[in-house]
Design a binder for this molecule. Sequence first.
Ligand SMILES: [Zn+2]
Length: 299
Amino acid sequence: MTGRDPVRLRPLPRRIRPYPDETTASFIRRLAAANFIDPAQIRDLLRRPGIPPGPGLAILAGCGEQPLILAMPQLGAETEPGPHLAGRPDRRTQGIACHRCALARGAGSHVGIYTTHEKVSCPRHLLWLGTEVQEPGDQIPLQPCPDLPAAFRRHRNLIARLGRPAVCRGFAIATIITWRWHDQGRQPDSFTARLRALIPAGHRTWARHRTATAAALYPCVVGLTAAIASPAWAQTAHSSRPNDFLRRISLQATDGWIPQGQHDPLLHWMQTGWQPGFPGPDTLQPPGPPHIPPPTRDL
Ligand SMILES: [Zn+2]
């Protein structure tokens, strides 16, 4: 296993298949675990001269180069994403695949993947996959909160109508504001009900509490995103009629509570227009003109 001769690269005894959009580190970790070796040994083999990572991993895993690159485009030789990769994650956001889906595919329970900001739940198993999930055990079931699927649909509709760049940026801003409200002890009444439903008695560990908090805040984040990502409403927020914007927020995001006070994070955004560090949309874009969504007033 320590020689440098590329001719001697052979499939490892136990073969595995890649998971869609799996990170390279996750695939190497799973391949090493299946063969009871250290991941560093695989990385050392891939450093042999003349062996690109994609073909080298395909040989070691015994899964074929084409299926590997189809599942993990980062291992391909392309420097520009072609049309066939449009919509795939841009590899800036990492997460953990739904552990029940991963187990069903024979990939084990812990698979690291590239993902996009709106994929916060598994539509099949209704597990939380979004903020604060560090381990498969953090993927709490969402069935106790019947209003969450409606928020998932609203989020996808926002992307379809306003475009992914605007919703990505708005979601990042809305997430920061909503968590600051939470840290200040100000959150919608429905948040408390969702949190209690998501954390049954006897399961109140710190990790589960953080994950459940993220899921319980999500409808508020999406409601706020709808206003921030809308060009018309964002303009109203920074105009001489900010109360129109605040009334909308109270109706669609905060259960009637109107943000106010010197230290309110939404009022701070309205007054300063601060932006988070934002690298752009989180999917690969093929060469060509960007998609421009139709103008819309409200969602
Ligand atoms: Zn699933």
